[in-house]
Design a protein around this ligand. Sequence first.
Ligand code: ATP
Ligand code: MG
Length: 580
Amino acid sequence: MQRGNKAGSLEPHPLSAAFRRFRWAFATAGLFSCFVNLLMLSGPLYMMQVYDRVLTSRSIPTLVALSVLVLALYVISGLLEHIRSRLIVSVGNAIEQDLRRPVFSRMLDNAIRRTSDSGTQPIRDLDMVRQFHAGPAPFGLFDLPWAPIFLAVTYLIHPVLAALTAAGALILFAIALINEFAVKSGSQIAYAAQVEANMIAEQSMVASDVLHALGMKQSYADVWEDRHRRAVEQQRHAANRAGIFSSASKTVRTAMQSAVLGVGAYLVLQSEMTAGAMIAASIIAARALAPVEQAIGNWRTYLSYRQAKARLRQMLTPNVGRSGEPMRLPRPAGHLRLDGVAISAPGAAKPLLVNLNFELRPGDGLGIIGPTGSGKSTLARTITGIWPQLAGTIRLDQAEINQWSAEQFGRYIGYLPQDVTLLGGTIEANIARFDRDPDPEAVIRAAKLANVHDLILKLPDGYNTRIGTGGLDLSGGQKQRIALARALYGDPVLLVLDEPNANLDADGEAALSTTLADMRAAGAAVIVVAHRPSAIKSMNLLLYVRDGRQVAFGPKAEMLAKLGMAGPADRGVSLSVVGE
Ligand SMILES: Nc1ncnc2c1ncn2[C@@H]1O[C@H](COP(=O)(O)OP(=O)(O)OP(=O)(O)O)[C@@H](O)[C@H]1O
Ligand SMILES: [Mg+2]
């Protein structure tokens, strides 16, 4: 197992660490397998003794003694196999338990950084690793190294028979190798098609309303079916190929068993060995070949397991650069400063925004305006630490925002995204950001600030109303206000609201203005992205962005005058079109 990782960091790879932790268990299972395999000799040896000793001596006591002995050996063998199986099943579970949180968080990180297009597949991969340990496949691998024991015993019975068995093992081994190459690429293509089909299916769940209303169900089903069919076809190919090798190996194994018997009979006729030895040799030779045959039969399972493990290893590779826990910093006052900031979409080199320079003090309120596609939401995503900046520095108080741990930073800021998504759960849990131990008073305070408290009380179960999958469907404005309450939960020092008034009625907008004024008065820095002037009424600063550039920044009234937007700004008139 490898120490560290390709990137050269000293941190051990989490996957290697998880497996290394159970090295003792694999070693124990290996040792047990040795005994289990040795004990498998008891059947054929018993048979040999009965033939050659009991039948010739006609001694009943010998028969009874041998039978009692072999029965005891069977029981011991059964017990050992059971313990071995339990051990490997629990190791699978423990490895899954070790890795499930890291896999989940890395999956989220990859989604945020747009570095992976495999959706929730890593969870399925991890489950496959667990299920592999719970199935019969690992024992084929554990038995394989002990096949030479049987070969050695066959050799003791007669060297010619051992040579024959060894030849059979070589043929099976060759079959296994060809199998690996024949099945591997097909199963990878099948996997990729399956992931794509799953993603399409997941998306169709989210967009089910639109698919229905616009009569797209059939055409989108075609898209899904196309990918799914490709996956199934490839899986069928792989299964067919694997089937050929599996049947071939079975044929070779049974033929070998008979060949050993036939050659054995010849040797008996030449008086080179006894009839009992002949039968025992045939059974033992079959045992020597059985693990190889079993391995070939399970080849596709091994392959999927190995591929799942390789994908997990890649996705869990520790990041270079930042190591260890980020510093814990004291609660900031809410002083935000951007110097020469440029931003691109994750993974893209072309900047979407360049050369941003502005500063907010605690209690300041900044309105960000600009045409559609000018980069306002991109800026909001970067200030909240979702997307990293390409150049420049963003500081909250004196610390750069990437010095904070995401968890701690998140507690001090409030963010309302342009596309509001609430998560499946109660309204209370949503507002409390799924805190394990939410503070009901803080939840109610946030809800009141967001002007949504009365509305929640009117719902069937009040704050305990379940929303999201299987729960209540809320209106767009209701969702937006609950999301605002979530942003306000925990008294954030920096509030970033992306089009908070998009779904609000006139009363809602007026209430929002009051809330934002209150937040500012309480010392929070507030940033509001808006199209409509009413949303930035309670702001004192204005930033105008166009084509990814900072066109103007300064006191709001001054900037509006400079941009030719001064005067009574009409509700409903889009600010972003003025000044074009
Ligand atoms: N993941 C991404 N990859 C590449 N480009 C992106 C990505 N996300 C956004 N963009 C581009 O960034 C530009 C700015 O988008 P952004 O969402 O910031 O605009 P906006 O000012 O918020 O517009 P609107 O007023 O419509 O909300 C757009 O041209 C968009 O296509
Ligand atoms: Mg936007």
